[in-house]
Ligand binder design. Structure first.
Ligand SMILES: C[S@@+](CC[C@H](N)C(=O)[O-])C[C@H]1O[C@@H](n2cnc3c(N)ncnc32)[C@H](O)[C@@H]1O
Length: 315
């Protein structure tokens, strides 16, 4: 399928797009706060301090750093709301009526993203819970771990919400909107199974992370399932305004959807074509049309380590 990529700030780039250019958005944005500022990226690269947390080593394997959003101040939280109101406002004219937008978030910040997107005119349509064994939360009170051995300050995180929004339909009914714009609803898994809002997932396999060096790369398994759901008739163009490693564009390529990616960082942009080529050719039999773990042994067993295979549910 066709894709294009752009090394731009998506907010400025969106202003130049013709109305009704895109049929859906699948994205994992920065939270508009601090995690991708030069200062925080420097702390991430130095492996010390800031909003990035290095999770504990489990079974001796290296873990990728995660952003730690509990360190945010009230003002920074308010900034998240404003950021997503601006993002929604920038996005809205470029989407066809009835276009769905899926945004990866965190449980702590979800309400701010939803509030911002609603203020920009989007309908809030729930969220898909991506279930995986996370490392967020679950800690005992700091410096009093022994005093309170049976206490955890927050629940241990085992899901990632992918918030669902829709630009309001322009026609009288969803059926009419589908006929006119090709969107307004989600694609079912198949004729017997509607698209669900809980999906068993895993960490990004090591073989996928190995294509590049992006700190927050999402797995092809969940991205292909989500991307497929966004074009109910299988036609249209998906936009990923925060392309990162290129994982979303690669997922669209793998399932036969047209897509457009925008990435601000020159280093990540420079890796996009190579990453997309490598990621899209993994698991050639998995087109996001099933919720099962990927069992395409030709790629996974040959190329991934034991941990990644286990994340894919193969062992
Ligand atoms: C959370 S990451 C996305 C990771 C992606 N989901 C993946 O699997 O690789 C967000 C990305 O957005 C980029 N970014 C931040 N602000 C941007 C902007 N205004 N326009 C375009 N890209 C931006 C960052 O450089 C980063 O690569």
């Amino acid at each position: 399928m066709a894709f294009t990529i752009h090394n731009r700030d998506c907010f400025n780039w969106l202003k130049e797009q013709a109305p009704n250019s895109f049929h859906a958005v699948l994205t994992d944005p920065p939270f508009g706060v601090v995690e991708f500022t030069p200062e925080e990226v420097a702390k991430l690269r130095a492996g010390r301090g800031g909003v990035w947390r290095i999770p504990p080593r489990i079974g001796g394997s290296e873990r990728a750093p995660l952003p730690r959003f509990t360190t945010l101040t009230t003002e920074q939280r308010e900034h998240v709301r404003t950021y997503f109101r601006s993002f929604g406002s920038a996005l809205e004219p470029a989407l066809v009526p009835g276009a769905h937008v899926m945004i990866a978030g965190t449980p702590m910040l979800q309400f701010l993203v939803q509030d911002g997107m609603a203020a920009a005119g989007f309908e809030v349509r729930g969220a898909v819970m991506r279930l995986y064994r996370g490392f967020r939360g679950g800690d005992r009170p700091k410096l009093a771990e022994e005093e309170f051995p049976e206490v955890c300050v927050t629940p241990r995180g085992n899901y990632e919400p992918w918030m669902i929004f829709r630009k309001p339909i322009s026609e009288r009914t969803v059926a009419e909107n589908l006929r006119k714009w090709g969107v307004g609803a989600l694609r079912r898994i198949n004729a017997d199974s509607p698209f669900p809002d809980v999906i068993q997932s895993g960490k990004t396999p090591a073989s996928e992370e190995a294509v590049g060096d992006h700190p927050t790369q999402k797995p092809q398994h969940i991205l292909r399932i989500l991307a497929r759901s966004l074009l109910p008739l299988g036609k249209g163009v998906i936009l990923e305004p925060f392309a990162g490693s290129g994982s979303t564009v690669a997922a669209c390529e793998a399932i036969g959807y047209d897509s457009v990616g925008v990435e601000l960082d020159a280093h990540h942009y420079g890796n996009l074509r190579k990453n997309i080529d490598l990621l899209k050719s993994m698991y050639p039999n998995f087109k996001g049309e099933s919720l099962e773990p990927i069992t395409d042994g030709s790629t996974t067993k040959a190329r991934v380590g034991k941990r990644a295979v286990s994340q894919l549910g193969l062992i």
